[in-house]
Ligand binder design. Structure first.
Ligand code: PLP
Length: 399
């Protein structure tokens, strides 16, 4: 009988899982940088829901915005027909802080959907169909996003995918010559997160921008994981001084609620209106509660000045972890860190040792020799010191 099952048994029997051995810990509450399990164990959150919970869990301003908006109204009508204050307010905040050319926002529900929209808009505007992406890129799991995923292991079982896609090697400037006048767009993460945090080499993104300009190709930055202060600037593009034609956002955008967005120039965005009309539509995209939560979280982030503290916090972690003999390297930008152990078995072990010690860290999709440390940006000095204590204790136990 189903109702005789424990919640753990029901989790395994009633829900779809995507890995053979999920962590399977029941979280009952989350507050600040801590996750609290049903057994009363407290875990430091070193994942932030994969770059979502930048302002911490249960931030009062975000909760209030959700409650207030839920009282005003929930969903009203498919996206784009009615004027909804939360969407307008969040679009205004975003465009205020993005480069001036990215002055129009299209809201969707997720990162994958934002990338789907960007790829479609590029094809529609250029009249071209070829798309360039990069090896080891992750842009989402829907068919279009999967087509520009730079990893055959995760992709091959789902063919046929979008035709005309070429994956170049990240940081190989010579390969950029393969972008030509038939290429509609290039989609790239300015920092490749799931590759194990691979940073762009000096001049690479500039060369990419130049090649796109030369061939009339639209450049799409996927800042779904790097956005909203994670790298020490509000958006990674500001760090590298390269402005794309479109940027896709999600994860931290919704302040813990599901939300994605495509930002580009209004002239480009207007292409959705014609040939065909309703070029991209969504029922729930830009849900008013998600937009209200996102705007509240963005305001908190700006008010608290956490983005400016990211580099110091990251340096503190790096300096404490690098000397440990098990650590080969700590790479990354801001609070998007990969701790390289040089051994996949050790990475499997460390995740479980960290849980024992009271911290939740994470793997990378395409790099099995490093683990991720990406805590909420609100993490305090004391909490950073606790992080170091826990991570060093877990590293000490590695065999
Ligand atoms: N792009 C990047 C860089 C991501 O890290 C992710 C998710 O991990 C996505 C896109 C897909 O976002 P979502 O899971 O919201 O569809």
């Amino acid at each position: 009988m189903k109702n005789k099952q424990t919640i753990r048994e029901q989790f395994f029997s009633l829900l779809g899982q995507t890995s053979p051995s999920p962590l399977g810990i029941e979280i009952q509450k989350a507050e600040g940088v801590f996750l609290l399990s049903s057994t009363g164990k407290r875990y430091l959150d070193l994942i932030s829901g994969v770059s979502v919970s930048h302002v911490g869990h249960a931030r009062p301003e975000v909760i209030k915005a959700i409650e207030d908006q839920a009282r005003n109204h929930l969903h009203l009508m498919v996206y784009g027909e009615l004027i909804q204050q939360p969407q307008v307010h969040l679009a205004s905040l975003l465009t205020e802080h993005l480069p001036a050319s990215l002055n129009s926002i299209y809201f969707v529900n997720s990162g994958s959907e934002a990338n789907e929209a960007a790829l479609k808009l590029a094809k529609r505007v250029t009249g071209r169909h070829k798309v360039v992406c990069f090896q080891d890129a992750y842009h989402g799991s829907t068919h279009g996003a999967l087509s520009v995923m730079g990893n055959e292991t995760f992709r091959s079982a789902f063919r046929p995918l979008l035709p005309g896609v070429t994956a170049l090697h990240f940081n190989h400037t010579k390969d950029l010559n393969l972008i030509d006048r038939h290429t509609a767009c290039v989609i790239v993460e300015p920092i490749q997160a799931e590759a194990g945090v691979r940073l762009p080499e000096s001049g690479f993104l500039e060369a990419l921008r130049e090649r796109c300009d030369r061939t009339g190709t639209l450049l799409i930055f996927d800042e779904i994981q790097t956005g909203f202060g994670r790298t020490g600037r509000l958006f990674a593009m500001q760090k590298y001084g390269v402005i794309p034609d479109m940027v896709t956002l999600a994860k931290a955008l919704g302040g813990g609620m599901p939300l994605g967005a495509l930002a580009c120039n209004k002239q480009l965005m207007d292409a959705w209106k014609s040939a065909p009309v309703l070029g991209h539509i969504t029922t729930f995209g830009g849900h008013p509660v998600s937009c209200a939560a996102g705007a509240a979280a963005f305001r908190v982030l700006l008010k608290e000045g956490w983005t400016e503290e990211v580099s110091d916090k990251a340096n503190f972690l790096k300096e404490a972890l690098i000397p440990h003999p098990a650590v080969k390297e700590v790479r990354g930008e801001g609070l998007l860190l990969a701790v390289e152990l040089g051994d996949a078995k050790k990475v499997q072990a460390i995740i479980h040792l960290l849980l024992e010690e009271g911290a939740m860290a994470d793997w990378f999709l395409y790099c099995d020799t490093a683990f991720r440390i990406a805590p909420p940006l609100c993490i305090s000095k004391e909490e950073l010191a606790l992080t170091v204590k826990i991570v060093l204790a877990a590293l000490d136990k590695l065999k």
